[in-house]
Design a protein around this ligand. Structure first.
Ligand code: S3P
Length: 427
């Protein structure tokens, strides 16, 4: 589907962003391992979290809808069974990587597959530690299909994360949940912490690193999860509202877990007018209503340490940089090349389309921004990547003539109502 986006002079309104994708995946997977029924409130209707539900069903877990809630009837981590067919993780890297830890730990036989994009993404990062634990895995060229053979139990490992990745951290810790001895993960650069927080894992700090433990005595809570609004989805509106004049957007009940909110501080350093109102705790996650008003932005240089906590927001942050006064730069972001598409390349192509003054490096971008930049509308490719499509749509609202967004339906991977919400704030 090609979506037409018309230029906007200002944006106004209140948007309820979809519920958090990272927490949704985890709540469903953890509930599937628990011995009892968990209730999940505000479970995302986006494609990726729905994929996780269909995957756990294939492992023998009963998933039920109760009005708006999802009920997951777990029978304990050792009751999972080998699926009858390949388990399709769709477009979701989080599903594939976290589920791999569970399947290897449970010692069941399964083959994980995915869509065209997921079949191209490296799984080496998770295959290596799972093999160190004793899992028998076949994956040609370290990409899916990944076949897991049955095993009689993995051994515990002490694993220092070679990259700041919450998916990798979670995969190893989930595999560790099935073994007698403690599996230990050492994290030197912080990545999102939902796994250790939701599972209440044993943790300590040592020599500036976070050490996280899991084993079979780790109790998996049977609980009601209430999922907050997705901060990563909110970021599109934070940027859109900042770069348009006479604009005010309110985003109620958005998760503000500090391992996710780097972009908030980055935008504020750029001069954005963003207020967190009514801060409160919902379940185990802090949330707030976020109010954003137009503000003149100035260029910024990000430090490589900031990148892991804003990795999903870098595409839309690039759009903010384009409309900020002066030079902006980030590097240390080569992980962007391993997302749903090569996001550095995709953003560079988007910038080319509007004749932006920029430079692409192996692991970053330098952009010469201008608040008065009013490019002509364009036809934007998306590489079937939801975050690229939404970034292009926000950029398109700043163009002088209408633009087209290719494959616009891919926004449903994380944000099914994105274009309806855009129409609402344009009106
Ligand atoms: C996620 C972790 C991040 C992020 C992805 C969701 C998660 O990936 O990009 O969208 O829920 O754990 P990495 O951990 O590979 O950086």
């Amino acid at each position: 589907m090609i979506k037409n986006i018309t230029p906007a002079s200002s944006l106004k309104g209140t948007i309820q962003v979809p519920s958090d994708k990272s927490i949704a995946h985890r709540s469903a997977l953890f509930a599937a391992l628990a011995d009892g029924t968990s209730r999940i409130k505000n479970y995302s209707r986006a494609a990726d979290p729905q994929t996780t539900l269909s995957c756990i069903r294939q492992l023998g877990v009963n998933v039920e809808l109760d009005g708006e809630d999802v009920l997951i009837h777990g029978k304990g981590r050792f009751a999972l069974r080998s699926p009858d067919a390949d388990v399709d993780c769709g477009n979701s890297g989080t599903t594939m990587r976290l589920l791999s830890g569970i399947i290897a730990g449970a010692g069941i036989e399964a083959t994980l597959i995915g869509d065209e994009s997921l079949l191209k993404r490296t799984m080496k990062r998770i295959i290596d530690p799972l093999r160190m634990m004793g899992a028998e895995i076949v994956a040609d060229n370290d990409v899916a299909p990944i076949h897991f053979f049955k095993n009689d139990g993995l051994k515990a490992i002490k694993f220092e994360l070679p990259i700041a990745s919450a998916q990798l951290k979670s995969c190893v810790l989930l595999a560790g949940l099935f073994g007698k001895e403690y599996t230990t993960v050492i994290e030197r650069t912080e990545s999102r912490n939902h796994t250790e927080e939701l599972l209440n894992l044993k943790m300590e700090k040592f020599d500036g690193a976070k050490i996280i433990y899991s084993n079979s005595t780790t109790q998996i809570p049977i609980q009601t999860y209430t999922i907050p609004g997705d901060f990563s989805a909110a970021a599109f509106w934070m940027v859109a509202a900042s770069i348009h004049p006479n604009t005010r957007i309110t985003l109620p009940a958005v998760g503000i877990n500090t391992s996710r909110t780097a972009v908030l501080h980055i935008l504020k350093r750029m001069g954005a007018d963003i207020k967190l109102q009514n801060q409160r705790v919902q379940g185990s996650e802090p949330i707030a209503d976020i109010e954003i008003k137009s503000a003149p932005l100035k260029g910024i240089t990000l430090s490589p340490e900031e990148i892991p906590n804003c990795i999903d927001e870098l595409p839309i942050l690039t759009v903010a940089m384009l409309f900020a006064e002066g030079e902006s730069h980030f590097n240390g972001a080569s992980e962007l090349r391993h997302k749903e598409c090569d996001r550095l390349h995709a953003m560079a192509e988007m910038l080319k389309k509007v004749n932006a003054d920029f430079n692409e490096q192996e692991d970053g971008l330098t952009i010469n921004g201008n608040p008065n930049f009013t490019p002509q509308g364009s036809y934007f490719k998306t590489w079937h990547d939801h975050r690229i499509a939404m970034s292009a749509a926000v950029l398109a609202t700043k163009c002088s003539t209408p633009s087209q967004i290719e494959d616009a339906e891919c926004t449903a991977i994380s944000y099914p109502g994105f274009f309806d919400d855009l129409k609402k704030v344009l009106a």
